[in-house]
Design a protein. Structure first.
Length: 208
């Protein structure tokens, strides 16, 4: 199960960079773990911290006006590079629930949807306007309504976005692939019972 996606009304965090690759999102040294928690500390590590490990005060995630924001607004081709799923886990562990950008890497986009992070694709001009507004007035709010497929920017502008209907249903209902399969447990059990009756030799325990 994943957390159900509910409308977000939160501080928007601008990341005014293009071609943000997955190594920048989460460095390779964090890929040793299979846990989805604890990765937020490494999110954008090279950009967030200096050589001594101190926070860079000018990086958006370190600025008090943007702390607690759950929507990241970034440049085109977000999530390019290697296919590491940890990049999505790190964003979610830090607190993000949606990323808005003009375009995403296909693999990253799919990893987002499978893990409960909503990738919102909007025209470049609309994203540029949103980033500029958030930089000009830090702390501005962004609303993301998946059910309505709408984003409301800090200036009140409403932007429509498209999303795969199946992925939308899974996000709204909080279903990952395993939970979705388990919803069909009665049908799966019925099929197995019928197959055992029709072809019992396929279910013989030859090791016994």
């Amino acid at each position: 199960m994943i957390e159900k996606f509910v409308p977000l009304d939160t501080v928007g965090v601008p990341l005014d960079r293009v071609n943000v690759d997955t190594d920048a999102i989460i460095p390779a040294r964090y890929l040793k773990t299979l846990k989805r928690t604890g990765l937020g500390v490494g999110l954008f590590y090279a950009w967030r911290y200096d050589a001594e490990g101190a926070e860079r005060p000018d990086f958006p995630l370190n600025r008090p006006e943007f702390r607690g924001g759950r929507v990241l607004v970034a440049g085109e081709n977000f999530g390019c590079g290697s296919s590491r799923e940890h990049a999505v886990w790190a964003l979610m562990d830090f607190g993000f629930r949606a990323v808005i950008a003009p375009s995403f890497s296909d693999i990253f986009h799919n990893n987002c949807l499978k893990n409960g992070l909503l990738p919102v694709t909007l025209p470049a001009a609309e994203v540029r306007s949103m980033i500029d507004a958030l930089l000009a007035a830090p702390g501005g709010k962004v609303r993301v309504d998946l059910a309505a497929q709408e984003v409301t920017g800090p200036n009140g502008d409403v932007h429509r976005f498209t999303v795969d209907p199946f992925a939308k249903t899974c996000l709204l209902e909080g279903l990952d692939e395993i939970a979705l399969t388990l919803k069909s447990s009665p049908e799966i059990d019925r099929y197995e019972r019928e197959r055992k009756k029709a072809t019992p030799w396929l279910f013989l325990d030859l090791a016994g």
